[in-house]
Design a protein around this ligand. Structure first.
Ligand code: ZN
Length: 281
């Protein structure tokens, strides 16, 4: 992505280097893995724990510089999402309320509970903020084998997609149904919500390219590769060796790639009704 020198969003709250506060006993490695599976790319934030261990560690000047560079990058991506969603909302006669991006290191508090690096990036509807520990950038590259700046851009665009769903009242509807649904059925809706966020990330990529021509050769492949790497089936297989489709909350690798691609190719918000898609019933 040709991002250097572009506008950086000012809707950013930088909590890096600030202590997460309360120290509590964590759930050990199993707890951490469960958290990653639950919240990676915006799982159900109502299940965030109230306290997490403080994981701040001192960093070298070199690491700090790399982290600052990543912070610059995500601020530019956020600015690009603002430009696209302001335009698209305006076209529909709606008002886009820009979300805040909260950068943190180690652990922090959100209106949805505590977050740590192990939580993975997520969107909290309660405070309309996207939370991200920039070490996730490294995780994408090393743990999920999804390198490239646009892999990270996709992750941010997905979280902003959840914000768009929040503004449109879609996430509220799904959460309201929770009481009436069995866990399996609720998971199905949760998958539809996640896939729609992938779709909206694709819609953003379509329009940011159309408006600014900032994509480089291989960028879309980087995003698709990331979508592939963090599908529930892949993650489950890697963590437990088998796949349990009823417990999917984000969709399979195939589904995630499909919906991102659909958004990217059409750029049409009206094509993203994952809730009435026959193959997801
Ligand atoms: Zn999500």
């Amino acid at each position: 992505m040709r991002w250097q020198g572009r506008r950086e969003s000012t809707n950013v709250e930088d909590r890096r280097g600030v202590s997460g506060g309360q120290v509590a006993v964590g759930g050990g490695i199993i707890g951490v893995i469960a958290l990653v599976l639950n919240f990676l790319l915006g799982g159900d934030v109502s299940q965030l724990p109230q306290q997490l261990p403080n994981q701040n560690t001192p960093v070298s000047a070199e690491e700090q510089a790399a982290d600052d560079q990543r912070a610059k990058f995500v601020k530019v991506v956020l600015a690009e999402t603002e430009d696209v969603w302001n335009t698209l909302f305006q076209q529909e006669g709606k008002n886009y309320v820009e979300p805040t991006l909260t950068l943190f290191s180690g652990a922090t508090q959100s209106a949805c509970g505590s977050a740590s690096a192990a939580t993975g990036p997520f969107y909290c509807p309660g405070d309309q903020k996207v939370y991200i520990d920039l070490s996730f950038y490294q995780d994408l590259q090393n743990r999920f084998a999804a390198p490239g700046d646009f892999a990270m851009a996709y992750v941010i665009a997905h979280e902003v997609g959840h914000h768009v769903q929040n503004l449109l009242g879609i996430s509220d509807k799904v959460h309201q149904m929770r009481q009436q649904l069995s866990e399996g059925d609720y998971n199905k809706y949760s998958v539809m919500l996640e896939l729609q966020a992938d779709f909206l990330a694709g819609v953003w990529a379509h329009h940011t390219q159309k408006m600014k021509n900032i994509l480089e050769e291989g960028d879309i492949e980087e995003a698709l590769n990331a979508a592939n790497a963090i599908g529930d089936d892949r993650l489950q297989k890697e963590s437990q060796g088998y796949v349990v489709p009823e417990s999917f909350t984000h969709g399979t690798s195939q589904q995630r790639m499909y919906w991102f691609k659909k958004g990217y190719q059409t750029g049409d918000m009206n094509q993203g009704d994952t809730f009435n898609s026959p193959d997801l019933q």
